[in-house]
Every structure is written in C-alpha cells, then in structure tokens.
Design a protein around this ligand. Sequence first.
Ligand SMILES: [Zn+2]
Length: 153
Amino acid sequence: MSDEELMQTALDEAKIAASLGEVPVGAVVAKDGEIIARAHNLRESGKNATYHAELMAIDAACKALGGWRLWQCELFVTLEPCPMCSGAIINSRLKRVVYGARDPKAGCCGGLTDLFALPFNHHPVIESGLMEAEAQALLQEFFVMLREKRKKK
Ligand SMILES: [Zn+2]
C-alpha cells in the first residue's frame, strides 16, 4: 500500500471514532506497506485517558509482531501526536511517523513543541501534512457537531 492508502485507512479509523462520539483520530501501523494494526481514539467509550489511536495501534502492533521493538514499522496518524503518544513512538522505536493535521494545542512534533528535537536515543523520521485537509475537516465537523449538541442542551 502507498502512503496515501495507509493514511486513507487511518482516516477511515478516524471516521469510526467520530461515529462513536470520539474525537476523530485514527492510526495505522504498517510494515513494508502492509497494515499490521489499525485503531481509533477510544478515550470516551473506554473511559481511559491513554486510549489514543496511536497507543492502541502501537499496542496491537506489538501483540501482532510479538515484541515491543517496532523499528521496521511506520505509523500513519491523522493528527499530530500528543506528548504521551510521542513518548510511545520513541519507546517503540518506530522507524517513521507520518501525520495529517497539525495540533497547535498538544502536538509534540512541532505543533506546540518538538519532542523529537531532543537528544533521545531514538529518532524516527517525522513527516507532516499528508491528507491534512481531510483530517482537519473531520475534526472541524466533529467539533461543530459537538457545539450544536451542547447548545441544544
Ligand atoms: Zn496521544
């Protein structure tokens, strides 16, 4: 699968999240262009602050591959990773991270801060902006819907 196809799968995961009332973020872990794991944000339904799409996908990929080192894998995620997920990206030794929309409020790949500029022992290749408009549109739609719901109450 191409980068675009992998990101499209992450966007499909984000849409599943939105349909569940979750902030629409989706993630895919791939190895040699093949999907190893796919996941979406489940913070609300899982009632757990750690159930971000990236962590869920990393967890599933480790289980699928039988190890914690994902050095041959790449992560595709619709939104710039937060500090928690950026930590997991460093710790799981992911080779490359591609994200869609920037997150100026919590993004740790340059949006708010850049954790990857620090001298950690692992530095994945970080790429941004792939299908950004689609990811951004999903988020905007979701927050508009949420505001309207709140107004009605
Ligand atoms: Zn996160």
